[in-house]
Design a protein around this ligand. Structure first.
Ligand SMILES: [Zn+2]
Length: 322
């Protein structure tokens, strides 16, 4: 048993989307959050109501109990907090850091194929800029016609106000910095009609982490690429940047990351088979242990008054993932 050094004030959060059963990868995240933060805040990320289902919430609560995780109350449910996200979206609208985009997904894809601007990395969403210069009357007309639209982050407006690279501190990966590209105008909300506003995962997650004062975000490295979007939103909304710990991913036999959709290694199946938390811990140990070691190393030198300027943290080397 590892005895964790302080700081116990490094509250973590576990934030699953209840669109399927938790799998072994979620088990790894939850166990890490639990060990590092001595329990964690649970946030149900159910803003995409078309995908979220109540019975998956019940199942994940059972799974977390079975994993002996300590859940700090209250449990937050994002679908109850749209007004909060709306307030922050309004700030971005007022500051003109977002613009309305009336393009369909098909239109964006077709225009990108014609565009000479190429996406530098496959997973970074690019936008051909079709609606960036729509006139105010034209926008008003489309809204009056009840056309659905997305609020896109204006990467050009961000870059002209913040030309420096965006960086963050990751306990495993050090200080990755990202050069934001013009054209990464990601969607942060979608107005389906006058009454239905769908907030993106990015905005909701960033607002909640700030509102809940989460100083350390523990999550899988499949979300590493979205951290730059989160950092932009944190800068624009004047939020303190949290620390990050992106852990390695568990792969299936085919070398793919586990997915809720194909039922890979669902924790509830393990539960039914009479397996225990220790079986899960053993299965994820190769990824769990290096993260915990890195955290311990980090926490020995952690200064909560100055969390982002700690020279010792530069010496942590990334651990190989099996
Ligand atoms: Zn558009």
């Amino acid at each position: 048993m590892v005895t964790l050094l302080k700081p116990s004030d490094l509250t973590t959060r576990f934030a699953p989307t209840p669109s399927g059963f938790l799998h072994l990868g979620h088990g790894l995240s939850a166990l890490l959050c639990n060990a590092i933060g001595q329990g964690f805040i649970l946030r149900i990320e159910d803003i995409d109501t078309s995908r979220a289902k109540n019975h998956f919430v019940d199942a994940l609560l059972e799974d977390l109990k079975w994993l002996e995780c300590h859940i700090k109350k209250p449990i937050i449910t994002q679908s109850n907090r749209t007004h909060l996200y709306q307030q922050h979206l309004n700030q971005l609208i007022q500051k003109k850091y977002v613009f309305p985009c009336f393009c369909s997904r098909k239109h964006v894809t077709q225009n990108l194929l014609k565009s000479t601007e190429k996406t530098p990395q496959n997973h970074l969403p690019f936008y051909p800029g079709t609606c960036r210069h729509l006139s105010h009357p034209s926008i008003q007309k489309k809204i009056a016609q009840n056309q659905p639209f997305s609020w896109r982050l204006d990467s050009r407006a961000f870059l002209s106000a913040h030309p420096q690279t965006v960086s963050f501190h990751d306990i495993i990966k050090g200080h990755p910095s990202i050069q934001i590209q013009k054209g990464n105008d990601i969607v942060i909300a979608r107005q389906e009609n006058q009454h239905t506003l769908q907030i993106s995962y990015h905005l909701a997650s960033v607002v909640d982490d700030a509102e809940q004062r989460i100083p350390l975000i523990v999550r899988g490295e499949d979300l590493l690429h979205s951290t730059y979007i989160h950092r932009i939103l944190q800068i624009l909304l004047n939020f303190q940047p949290p620390l990050y710990l992106h852990h390695g991913l568990i792969k299936n036999e085919k070398g793919r990351k586990l997915s809720k959709r194909n039922g890979d290694t669902a924790l509830h199946e393990w539960r039914k088979k009479g397996k225990t938390k220790d079986d899960v811990l053993q299965a994820v140990y190769n990824l769990y242990k290096p993260c915990l070691d890195a955290f311990q190393n980090f926490s020995q030198h952690y200064n909560p008054l100055n969390p982002h300027h700690n020279p010792s943290t530069h010496t942590i080397t990334p651990q190989p993932t099996p």
